[in-house]
Write a protein that binds this ligand. Sequence first.
Ligand code: F6R
Length: 323
Amino acid sequence: MTPEDMIRSLPDQIGWEDIAEDLAGVSRIVLCGMGGSGIVGDIARSWADQKNFKVPVFSFRGYGLPPWAEGENTLVVCTSYSGNTEETLSNLETALRNGCRVVTVSSGGKLEEMSRERGLKHFKIPAGFAPRYALGYMVSKVLCILGIDKDELEGARENLREGAKVIEEKGKDLAESFYGYIPILYATPLTEVCAFRWKTQINENSKTQAYFATLPEMHHNEVVGLDNAEIRNKCRFLILYDPEDHERVKLRVRITEDLLKDLGIVPEVLYGEGKTYLSRLLHLIYVGDWASYHLALLYGFDPLPVRVIDTIKARLSDISEQG
Ligand code: F6R
């Protein structure tokens, strides 16, 4: 499958299953993963916050687990597309040592193997994708584990299907505006996860640096950096917001737009379309996936390989093998 086929398949990857965990007795949920699998935890956390989940949901990246993640009332969901990411395997080992309840998601690898050995619930997703292009499979599993409603998940899928053409065109236009510049993404609390995905997709697909900052925090630091005309002229700005962001945040979006315009910069401003927060969030993410794909083509890069990530993983595994 080409990267284009994989990106095009995003809506078809989304599907509902009756796999909700019984959350009775669970007092916190930790979603673990890295890179293309780690964003799944951010999306699910953002979704849970919007749903007014009364059980706190955390997205965790790195080795081990936070010190408070212990005991049966902590549910740990370990997601790794390959099933071989060492940080996620370390999360699993720590969770088991700390007596947490654990479920795992992968296309195979050691995560599946260890889950089988330890009698853990493991959810398998199709192999053959690059992790970041399997977002729909992983997000569906994790949201279903958290108990998302069938209509909500399938509604988000239909929203992507219906908007597919326009979404790709928008992504292509934005890629053209980013070409030759450093993309700077300004987000809001409801779109921070989208900006992070845009950044990482531009990094991995387009082999290009990109940065993001989030309102309202960026009104206390980032904006001062705009004083440097020499640097800001090398950047292209995109503001991502959600129609349901806090009114004061939306006001700050308009102020940011005006600030940039006063500096002679016309930023792109974008929100996700759709009836639910999840629909809008995935809509925005999908525009970014296409933007990063088309930006790669404009620069003459193959969007698929992530050579340096593979080199780092190989070096780390050589070192652990030598003891
Ligand atoms: C590659 C990619 C990476 C991986 C990350 C973790 O497409 O997106 O960010 O997702 O290196 O690997 P997995 O997902 O296999 O745990």
